[in-house]
Write a protein that binds this ligand. Structure first.
Ligand code: NAD
Ligand code: ZN
Length: 379
């Protein structure tokens, strides 16, 4: 019997309180409304952004909430007005959308859609502000419009990229956020030239994907900066040639890198979320041409402080969401890069857990033990 048009009861991992383990429970998922689709999630993975909003330190707390945004699944049913997706389509959910009609969607340079750009504080759907999830009649907040830590979820159709049905969802689900973000931050925003040096701050999945972008660009030297020395061995597989642990130096990291590179790196990409690292990433690029790109999600009360001379000396500071990729237009092509073996995703996946053990994924990330942990919804 088709489930279209009916409520679906299924398991979800609900965050009831900041920092407390997620609770596996049965929830009701309403049918998709106008411009929405309901998706059966097959594989999801944990990104640092989920952890930030689960801990809710320095972020707006919104509970109960179903977190999760990196995911691959199959469309179960579509709501009114959805013409580009249908039941059975293989899709990735994306935390920032593409309405196709606004100034940003029409601009070649931007992916900051007016309607569907990332909004971390919204707990309901755009159409009516309501939630499609409930537990014993009590609404549960959405997260980033995706909420993929549930067997079924409802997402705005502008936040859904339709991909090649041959692509293995247990691998390409990581292109739904972290991998594309880091890769695009280098390829689309920092744009290193062949032979140039690139510093990458933070060697988690996002930073290693930024390093992968540097390797694909033909960078000569890739300098990885991380506080966790366990990251360095792993990072060698990603073409990182030099390592700097800020804790092992008694001078500022920017100065260490300037000395290592005879004046500074040509490009830097910050993937930590620490405002200190953001400032260091900017101040370590070379005068005259250096470009720094910020990717990490800062705390709400952070402020970026640097001397204006650092700009006058012809350094450029940029920032990027989702590697400047337009989710619906560009992501199917990034999936094809994996299918054509131009892009290796397997080395990013260090752990897999069944959905019932989702809290273990949080432990792996908190301890800095994993790059990406896949959560298998069917296991
Ligand atoms: P992760 O936790 O796996 O990796 C972060 C790494 O940064 C860790 O290895 C940590 O040891 C290191 N680190 C932390 N502070 C540091 C410092 N001061 N100096 C050097 N290294 C430091 O996280 P991830 O999933 O790779 O995500 C990285 C960041 O990117 C997070 O802030 C996340 O919220 C953000 N993010 C942004 C976007 C976007 O579109 N802009 C998308 C996805 C994730
Ligand atoms: Zn738009």
């Amino acid at each position: 019997m088709s489930t279209a048009g009916h409520f679906i009861r299924c398991l979800a991992a609900v965050a009831w309180e900041a920092g407390k383990p997620l609770v596996m429970e049965e929830v009701e998922v309403a049918p998709p409304q106008k411009h929405e689709v309901r998706i059966k999630v097959h594989f999801t993975s944990l990104c640092h952004t989920d952890v930030c909003f689960w801990e809710a330190k320095g972020q707006t707390p919104l509970f109960p909430r179903i977190l999760g945004h990196e995911a691959g699944g199959v469309v179960e049913s579509v709501g009114e007005g959805v013409t580009d997706l249908q039941s059975g389509d293989h899709v990735l959910t994306i935390f920032t959308g593409e309405c196709g009609n606004c100034r940003h969607c029409h601009s070649e340079e931007s992916n900051m859609c007016d309607l569907l750009r990332i909004n971390t504080d919204r707990g309901g759907m755009i159409h009516d502000g309501e939630s499609r999830f409930s537990s014993n009649g009590k609404p549960i907040h959405h997260f980033l419009g995706t909420s993929t830590f549930s067997e079924f979820t409802v997402v705005h159709s502008g936040q859904v990229a339709k991909i090649n049905p041959e692509a293995p969802l247990d691998k390409v689900c990581i292109l739904s956020c972290g991998l594309s973000t880091g890769l695009g931050a280098t390829l689309n925003v920092a744009k290193p030239k062949r032979g140039q040096s690139v510093a990458v701050y933070g060697l988690g999945a996002v930073g290693l994907a930024a390093a992968e972008g540097a390797r694909i660009s033909g960078a000569g030297r890739i300098i990885g900066v991380d506080l966790n020395p366990n990251r360095f061995e792993e990072a060698k597989k990603f073409g990182v040639t030099d390592f700097v642990n800020p804790r092992e130096h008694d001078k500022p990291v920017q100065q260490v890198i300037i000395e290592m590179t005879d004046g500074g790196v040509d490009r830097s990409v910050e993937c930590t979320g620490s405002v200190q690292a953001m400032i260091q990433a900017f101040e370590c690029v070379h005068e005259g041409w250096g470009v720094a790109v910020l990717v990490g999600v800062p705390r709400q009360d952070d402020a970026f402080r640097t001397h204006p001379m650092n700009f006058l000396n012809e350094r450029t500071l940029k920032g990027s969401f989702f590697g400047n990729y337009k989710p619906k237009t560009d992501i199917p092509g990034v999936v094809e890069k994996y299918m054509n073996k131009e892009l290796d995703l397997d080395k990013f996946i260090t752990h897999t857990v069944p959905f019932s053990k989702i809290n273990e994924a949080f432990d792996y990330m908190s301890k800095g033990e994993c790059i990406r942990c896949i959560i298998d919804m069917g296991a």
